[in-house]
Structure formats: C-alpha cells, structure tokens
Design a protein around this ligand. Structure first.
Ligand code: ADP
Ligand code: F6P
Length: 320
C-alpha cells in the first residue's frame, strides 16, 4: 500500500486528533503516504486533500476537536455524491481510507469499501458510545468527565439553595453517556431512552430523599429520553420543589482529551494502519475487554449496542 487518506466525519469528539496523529505517523513509519481529507465526506467529494507530514500532526495530541475539520454531508448519502467521491479517490490514487466517526460515517465507509475501489477501515469516534462491537468510542471518556465536572459544580449551588437540578446531556438515541456519568456523579435519578421511566416515581423518590434530610438532588436526563425542560417543569409541578434546568450542550464535545481517550485513539489508529497493510477492508476497529479488535462493518452496523442494566440498577441503589 502506497497512499491512503484519513478523514474525520460526523460530530467531532475529543481524541480524534490523537487518532489522526497516529494514522499519519504510523503510515510514515512504513513509508506510506497519507493525505488528510478536510471536512469529512464533503472534502472527499470536493477534493480537499492535503499531504500530511510528521510535522502536520505535531502538537495536537492534547487538543480537542479535529484539525481535519468535520462535517455532515447529505450529498454523500446519494449515489451521485458517492460517485464523485470515488472519482477523487481514483484521481488521487488512494488505496486505503481511514474514517474516524460514528455509525453514519461507518455506513459511508462501507458504501465506498463495497465498490472495491478503496479499502476502508472505521475508527469509532463519537462521545455517544453508541457503536456496537466496541466497549468504548473515542471521546466518550472525556465527555463523561466533562459531565461529572458539571455535576460537581451544580452540586455546590444545588446544596446552597436546597434545589433540585435537572441536567440534560447529549447521546443522541443512546443513554450510555448519561448512565455512566450519572453513576460517577452520584445522580439521584438517571433517565435514559433504553429504560422506561415514570415521572411520578421519580418525584416520590425525590420527596422521600428530602424527608430524610437531603439538601439537593441531581436528575440526569439523556437527550434521547426526554427534554430536560419538560422534566424540570413536571418535577416542579408534582413536588413543588425549587427546580432548575441546565442543558450542557456542546460543552460536552470539546476540551482536552483524557489520557484514556488519547491512548485508545492511538492504539486503534495504529491497528487501522496494520489492517490496511494486511489488505483488509470494511472493518471497524474496537476495544473489547482491553484488546484492540477488528469487526466486519456489516456485522457491527447490524448490531444494537445495549446499555448495561446492572449499572442502571447500581446507580439507583447507590443514590438512594
Ligand atoms: P456520525 O458519523 O457521528 O454518526 P452522521 O450520522 O451525521 O454522524 O453521519 C456523518 C456523515 O456520514 C453524514 O453526513 C453522511 O455524509 C455520511 N452518512 C451517514 N449515513 C450514511 C449512509 N447511510 N450512507 C452513506 N453515507 C452516510
Ligand atoms: O453524535 C454526537 C452528538 O453530539 C450527539 O450527542 C448529539 O445529539 C449531536 O451530535 C448534536 O449534533 P450537532 O453538533 O450537529 O448539533
């Protein structure tokens, strides 16, 4: 293999830069030329390519976001868009393509890989941790820590005012981020899309807590389960408690990646290059039980990532 491309696509995630750095440096180590493709599939369609050198990825391992930029590209979902992308791939002589993104980006990688024109490998990069066949995705750990930090800060003011705080977090259709951050942050209740909830039970739990002398409560709501504002209003109405709502939003997507995210990004990216050198295609790299793995994209995209109900129960027991 002599020349490959690397792109980041979909929502950015902390650790994507560490992954880009590792792809570039591992390739250069093996004398493979790397072209950085800007703005995800949009740059692939428009030929926004730049040759990556060792220095192109200097001083980025600790930075959030992605130096390659990212985009959501509706045109690429169409046959015509994919044809344009394939024509750029042929013109630039790309034999391999590393796609760092979420499941949408993986579907795009699979569409390209299926043509046989280019070999594609996906690296799971999303704060949502909603991709099957990997225990974690790049960016999840950093986002979880950002949420924990927000919970710590909200606790200070919640205790001072003896208030209920509803914190809405991201995750799209997945509750993984809310669940794991909620356990770490000691949230009194965690609402996730995978598990039904009853607002009356949540309110009764809150009231019981206050009767026992609790000074404050944090209710963590995954965006896919409900709107934080609606939950805040329902709690106020049902309990009469002084309630405030915080929507954390895109703060969760930025920030310096944790050591964990940088390390998995570096290890996964290195394996992606190995797979391409071995002539493999249409694979996603994952981390399963501490080991770096490769799974067929078709298989991985057909699986649903399940949330760990034991963790949900544990969080409930511990936050009584
Ligand atoms: P993520 O990769 O984080 O899940 P998106 O779902 O927005 O983010 O997908 C990122 C991009 O991947 C889309 O803008 C589109 O260009 C491409 N993509 C998504 N779904 C498909 C699909 N079914 N076929 C081809 N390309 C897709
Ligand atoms: O997939 C990452 C994510 O941050 C989701 O958690 C969220 O629903 C979505 O992207 C937000 O997308 P945008 O940045 O386009 O508003």
């Amino acid at each position: 293999m002599q020349r490959i491309g690397v792109l980041t696509s979909g929502g950015d995630a902390p650790g994507m830069n560490a992954a880009v750095r590792a792809v570039v440096r591992k390739c250069i180590y093996y004398n493979i030329e790397v072209l950085g493709i800007e703005r995800g599939y949009s740059g692939l369609i428009n030929g926004e390519f730049k040759k990556m050198e060792l220095g192109s990825v200097a001083d980025i391992i600790h930075r959030g976001g992605t130096i390659l930029r990212t985009a959501r590209c509706p045109e690429f979902v169409t046959k015509a868009g994919q044809e344009k992308a394939l024509s750029q791939i042929r013109d630039f002589g790309l034999e391999g393509l590393v796609v760092i993104g979420g499941d949408g980006s993986f579907r795009g990688a699979m569409a390209l890989g299926n043509t046989g024109v280019v070999k594609t490998i996906g690296l799971p990069g999303t704060i949502d941790n909603d991709i099957a066949c990997t225990d974690v995705t790049i960016g999840f750990d950093t986002a979880m820590n950002t949420i924990c930090d927000a919970i710590n800060k909200l606790r200070d003011t919640a205790t001072s005012h003896e208030r209920v705080f509803v914190l809405e977090v991201m995750g799209r259709d997945s509750g993984a981020l809310a669940l794991h951050a909620g356990l770490a942050g000691g949230a009194e209740s965690i609402l996730i899309p995978e598990i039904d909830f009853d607002i009356n039970q949540i309110c009764s739990r809150l009231m019981r807590g206050y009767e026992r002398g609790k000074l404050h409560s944090i209710i963590l709501v995954a965006e896919g389960a409900a709107s934080g504002i609606a939950i805040g209003e329902a709690i106020k109405k049902c309990t009469g408690m002084d309630t405030r709502v915080t929507i954390l939003g895109h703060l969760q997507r930025g920030g310096t990646p944790t050591a964990f995210d940088r390390n998995i990004a570096s290890r996964m990216a290195s394996r992606a290059v190995d797979f391409l050198r071995e002539g493999r295609t249409n694979l996603m790299v994952g981390l399963v039980d501490g080991e770096i793995t490769g799974t067929e994209l078709t298989y991985a995209l057909g699986q649903r990532k399940v949330v760990d109900e034991e963790i949900f129960e544990l969080a409930k027991i511990l936050a009584i």
